[in-house]
Design a protein around this ligand. Sequence first.
Ligand code: ZN
Length: 356
Amino acid sequence: MLAVLGLSSAACIEPEAFEFPPTDVVYEGDLIRIRAAPGLEPCGGTGRSMEAMLSLLISETALGGLESPLEVYWLRGDDVQELCKADSEIVGCSLSTTEAVTSRMPEEHEVVHAYFERKGAPFRYSFFDEGMATVYGTGTHVPAPQTPLEESILFDRRMPGVHYPRAGHFVSFLIEEFGPQTTAAFVAQSSSVTSESLPVDFEAHFGEPLERVIEAYTTEMPESCAGRGWQRFSACEQEPTEWGSTFTWEVNVGAGCEDEVSLGGSGGAVRERFIYETDEDVVVQVQGVGIVDHRPRVELMRCGGGCEEEFSYTHDLEENGVLFGLPLDAGKYLVKSEFESGAPIEPSGISIRRDP
Ligand SMILES: [Zn+2]
């Protein structure tokens, strides 16, 4: 996860003379248009899922809608390196002309940057910009921060990926304290802010000294809870999938890449997201059916957060097929399954069975 975050660290590249390689439009919605290199095909739910994230970001930040869709270029790795002017291998970047460039699907992180390019100014303060992209644009659980805030917050431009969890964690605190609108407005307008001017610019915008906010953050978000659910998942806004019977919740996950709940595409892993809800504390067992030979992995993340140990559970079902005795507090969970494409269409699924 950290490696992936680190690889996607090149935000906002200024285009010099470049040309996009040939692409075909493979998805077109009101908010996003995906242009893919020949031969790349997204799974059925990919575009809509990316739009759901963007739609949540737009409604919470109130930075405004889009007159035309954001362009997302899904390209082969070499072309991404070239367009992003990367000297090491990266997953994607966003351009100051507001296109998102990526080698993977779904891509949400760079779409958050592209939206801020469109609604704000380019070359924003890296720590806050990456924090925003980490809070809204990471469809999977980000690990607890490993870097000290005092160090990470000084990266005004080109912050290395190892600092992203700290940035996301601190920005989520700002969102909680000052609201997403005030926080997003600061990020959008942070192009002229430097690490030297930060204390003055921060106080001018938020109305509180940075030092005092850091002190509150340190007190109210202790390290023991540093991985708590501070990410925003648009899937958590969906209606929960219904229970199959009193004790069992089952979803089919092997419907194939064409299915509307499938994300990703072109031969890579297929990912799917569902919402599981329980109105009482339960102990469950989680089982993969029919996909055990296809490296299935299931992740449960509590919608609305909680501390690390109660927020996210990841399990490679390949190892022993079943996860027994997982205690879940009452609440709503985002269930993510991931497996190699090519799994049989049926019967295959994830079942969550609670003890009677
Ligand atoms: Zn980024």
